[in-house]
Design a protein around this ligand. Structure first.
Ligand code: PRP
Length: 195
């Protein structure tokens, strides 16, 4: 028997019922991820390359991206926390898990699922630059430019999206919905806002 507190979300038959609309469908995602993989293939051919995935949201994108990359490369992971259980950024970034090895002299591509305020990446870029990589570039699946609070240079964006609360393809609300295979807009009633 579970000792976890009851969460009504587990009573649901399908998470799809909480989705107001699909913003980016599976086929469109697959095509764009393949294009982004080709960008990496071209940019880093015959070069050392380490892809750094920022947990947890980027796991699905990272898993698909590295299979669209055909050149040799390594992967590593960092975990940060900025949101808690709410829907807006607190601006507080904590490192929950650091890289396993040194990045000095290496070509780094940071892989993110979404850039919102820009605070997470702004902080990450600052601490990673201090470790003196040969190069450091950023690839994000989604970008919400309207929400930007900190100026940050993003090298490659999969999709620029409007300011809507999106879940799926790795993105969560309160740690749920990451398994949806598309990017969907969550019904406002799910997070207690009027429809
Ligand atoms: C999300 C996302 C980014 C960050 C972007 O992570 O994956 O890392 O927020 O927001 P910002 O631009 O406002 O800083 P989150 O902290 O929700 O953790 P998760 O990836 O584990 O879901």
């Amino acid at each position: 028997m579970s000792t976890q507190p009851h969460r009504p979300v587990f009573d649901k038959v399908s998470l799809h019922q909480d989705i107001a609309k699909v913003l980016v469908d599976e086929v469109t995602i697959r095509k764009r991820v393949r294009e982004l993989g080709d960008v990496i293939n071209r940019e880093y051919a015959h070069k050392d390359l380490l892809l750094v995935s920022v947990l947890k949201g980027s796991i699905i994108f990272m898993a698909d991206l590295i299979r669209a990359i055909t050149i040799p490369h390594e992967i590593d992971f960092m975990a940060t926390s900025s949101y808690g259980a709410g829907t807006s950024s607190s601006g507080v970034v904590r490192i929950l898990k650091d890289l396993n090895s040194s990045i000095e002299g290496r070509n780094i591509v940071v892989v993110e699922d979404i850039i919102d305020s820009g605070r997470t990446l702004s902080y990450l870029v600052r601490i990673l630059q201090e470790r003196r990589p040969a190069s450091l570039r950023i690839m994000t699946l989604l970008d919400k430019p309207e929400r930007r609070e900190v100026d940050i240079h993003v090298d490659w964006v999969g999709f620029s999206i409007p300011n809507e609360f999106v879940v799926g393809y790795g993105l969560d609300y309160d740690e749920i919905y990451r398994n949806l295979p598309f990017i969907g807009v969550l019904k406002p009633s799910v997070y207690g806002a009027p429809e």
